[in-house]
Design a protein around this ligand. Structure first.
Ligand SMILES: *[C@@H]1O[C@H](CO)[C@@H](O)[C@H](O)[C@H]1NC(C)=O
Ligand SMILES: *[C@@H]1O[C@H](CO)[C@@H](O)[C@H](O)[C@H]1NC(C)=O
Ligand SMILES: *[C@@H]1O[C@H](CO)[C@@H](O)[C@H](O)[C@H]1NC(C)=O
Length: 353
């Protein structure tokens, strides 16, 4: 008994100490002044450490973006955004290094950079996914049919994000209306799909309500999804080692109700942790006589145990209006966190202490 108890104590000390218990601290707020930056929907870093953002410039997603009760873009939103919506920023200062993507996108959403520095983006207005080779400004892969939502293998419906393996096999979170995950070969052939629309009634690991962000933990052969409106994140077997296991539910990464709606998740491989953006509240709120400054970013270990929260909304931020972390990523050394604030058109950089 004693031996077992001692062992367990030592083990738990070891596990706690493997994580820093001090929340990351704010380093810089990137406003990209003068570049007409709009709602920041997606962020990721490339192998050189530069930060890429996918933003909506002068075209916030609004009640007139789509036709009433429809997933089809309104006529005015069919005119592509005239500005460069993909920006490469200096990861220290946030200053713009370069940009592209003007007169092409309608509703920017997810951005992912793979191991070969290909840049993948999703457009929920075009209902499409695009891949740009490093440094290129025209896509070398285009999936889905422009402006046409659908649920078969040729169409998406407001796809939100992509996760790419080192071999080029990739996964798509599709999306606001289909609530399914698709797996593709490196040649972009559909290999599998799972997930159906589902909410409160009959919640299972295969009923999703807006899969909003998707990551791959390749060493564990897991693909994990932020099931936004069900306020949770779930992991499935990615089937990279054994394809017959593709899509088999593995574990809950963020338990339902733990951090509110889960907008973004990111695998911080260097630090062996997952960071999640949750929405407990968009502004500070009163609880009894106490004002709560809700945190927006949460660090989990790979078992799905919450370690830390940070990036609390401050009173100063609240004065500027709502604040919503829509996506997030970490530097490849695992030491910095970049949080994309959709409502305040900013990126916050935090550093591990
Ligand atoms: C979940 O994935 C881990 C890592 O790949 C694996 O060791 C474990 O057996 C899986 N569990 C289930 C229930 O599939
Ligand atoms: C793949 O998984 C299936 C289902 O669990 C199993 O029957 C099969 O033996 C596995 N194949 C390999 C090569 O491990
Ligand atoms: C951030 O929020 C968490 C949870 O409400 C709280 O424990 C923590 O003290 C807050 N941090 C700051 C700096 O207000």
């Amino acid at each position: 008994m004693t031996v077992i108890y001692l062992y367990a104590t030592l083990l738990s000390v070891f596990i706690t100490q493997a994580f820093s218990l001090v929340p990351p601290t704010l380093d810089t707020v990137f406003t990209v002044d003068g570049q007409g930056i709009g709602q920041v929907a997606g962020v990721d870093v490339d192998s050189a450490g530069d930060l890429f953002v996918f933003h909506r410039a002068n075209r916030p997603w609004s009640s007139t973006t789509y036709r009433p009760f429809s997933n089809v873009l309104s006529n005015e939103a069919r005119v592509p955004i005239a500005f460069d919506v993909i920006l490469k920023l200096d990861p220290k200062t946030g200053r713009k290094i370069s940009g592209f993507g003007s007169n092409f996108f309608n509703v920017p959403h997810g951005l992912t950079i793979d191991n070969n520095d290909n840049l993948w983006v999703t457009d929920t207005g075009r209902h499409q996914i695009f891949r740009f080779a490093k440094g290129q400004t025209t896509p070398n892969l285009e999936l889905g049919v422009k402006f046409v939502p659908g649920s078969d293998q040729q169409h998406f419906c407001k796809p939100t994000g992509v996760a790419v393996s080192s071999t080029g096999v990739f996964f798509v979170a599709d999306g606001y209306c289909n609530s399914r995950i698709l797996k593709y070969s490196s040649e972009a052939q559909v290999l599998a799909q799972w997930g159906t629309v589902g909410g409160r009634a009959g919640l299972t690991p295969y009923t999703l309500n807006i899969p909003h962000s998707i990551i791959l933990m390749e060493e564990q052969d897991l693909v994990c999804v932020a099931d936004r409106e069900n306020s949770r994140a779930l992991c499935y077997n990615a089937g990279l080692k054994n394809s017959t296991l593709t899509g088999v539910f593995n574990r809950t990464l963020v338990p339902q109700g733990n951090i509110g709606k889960v907008y973004g998740i990111y695998y911080n491989k260097a630090a062996q942790e997952v960071v999640a953006a949750g929405v407990i509240s968009l502004t500070p709120y009163l609880s009894g006589r106490q004002t709560i400054y809700p945190p927006r970013a949460f660090i989990y270990n790979l078992k799905g145990q919450r370690q830390l929260s940070f990036a609390n909304i401050t009173q100063e931020m609240a004065k500027l209006g709502q604040s919503l972390i829509h996506d997030l990523c970490t530097s490849r050394d695992g030491q910095s966190y970049y949080l994309a604030d959709l409502d305040q058109n900013k990126v916050y950089k935090y550093n591990k202490v």
